[in-house]
Design a protein around this ligand. Structure first.
Ligand code: SF4
Length: 230
């Protein structure tokens, strides 16, 4: 994989707002994995196993203590809630987990949570939407399908597994999904070239951690100017 390969997470961020990606690239990394995601990930390694509720609950708690030493009752409550939701569904056991995938054609890479011989699953810690899947989850599925198809020369279909509600949703990709992928990819490439994107104002800004630094009314700085300031 080339050093300049684009991560799927950058593509997802650019699809929400290219300015977010631009600001993230010029800000110190300050990433904490959300608790629900950490718990869902740990539970996902056990999906499809013979499930003895009490034994598995204790085993996963132990694994959580190892992976997140500071975790406590909050994490265990989320785990109990997810185990309850997921026990109502029949899960397939994956062939492999956290598989590194890439596409030379599009110069992208990512890591797929659960891979099967004909398909893959993306794990989410939240609950499923009323219908279908969230737009960013769909885009993530497009990216992984492209990588897996290029790597193995056959089609892989994707599904999103929302462990918060114990829901499995298949993703049937359409041409418009591929177009959205290409648009987001272009935005990442522009940011990489140092172009300053236009901010996408709207509801997304309320949940954006860069809202205080996002000042589109001023002359936008180039990426080089931002880096020089440090
Ligand atoms: S505040 Fe809004 S426009 Fe600015 S980076 Fe965040 S989402 Fe984009």
């Amino acid at each position: 994989m080339p050093a300049n390969s684009i991560s799927v997470s950058d593509i997802l961020r650019a699809s929400v707002c290219p300015m977010q990606l631009y600001l993230a690239k010029s800000s110190p990394a300050n990433f904490t994995e959300p608790l629900r995601y950490s718990v869902a990930k740990q539970l996902s390694y056990h999906l499809g196993e013979e499930f003895n509720r009490e034994e598995n609950r204790e085993k996963i708690r132990e694994e959580l203590r190892l992976t997140i030493p500071e975790c406590g009752q909050d994490a265990f409550s989320v785990l109990d809630e997810m185990i309850d939701a997921c026990s109502k569904v029949t899960w397939r056991q994956a062939l492999t987990y956290d598989m590194q995938v890439d596409s030379g054609k599009y110069n992208i890479h990512g890591r797929v949570d659960r891979v099967f011989d004909d398909s893959f699953s993306i794990i989410k810690g939240g609950k499923a939407p009323t219908h279908g899947v969230y737009a960013s989850d769909r885009l993530q599925a497009v990216c992984y399908s492209i990588c897996l198809e290029e790597m193995y020369g056959k089609e892989f279909y994707g599904r999103i597994e929302y462990l918060g509600s114990g829901t499995i949703r298949s993703v049937v990709l359409s041409p418009s999904d591929k177009r959205l992928f290409l648009t987001a990819l272009k935005e990442v490439e522009k940011v990489r070239r140092g172009e300053v994107p236009r901010p996408v104002r709207g509801d997304k800004c309320k949940r954006c951690r860069f809202s205080e630094n996002c000042t589109p009314l001023e002359r936008p700085q180039t990426l080089l100017e931002r880096l020089k300031k440090k």
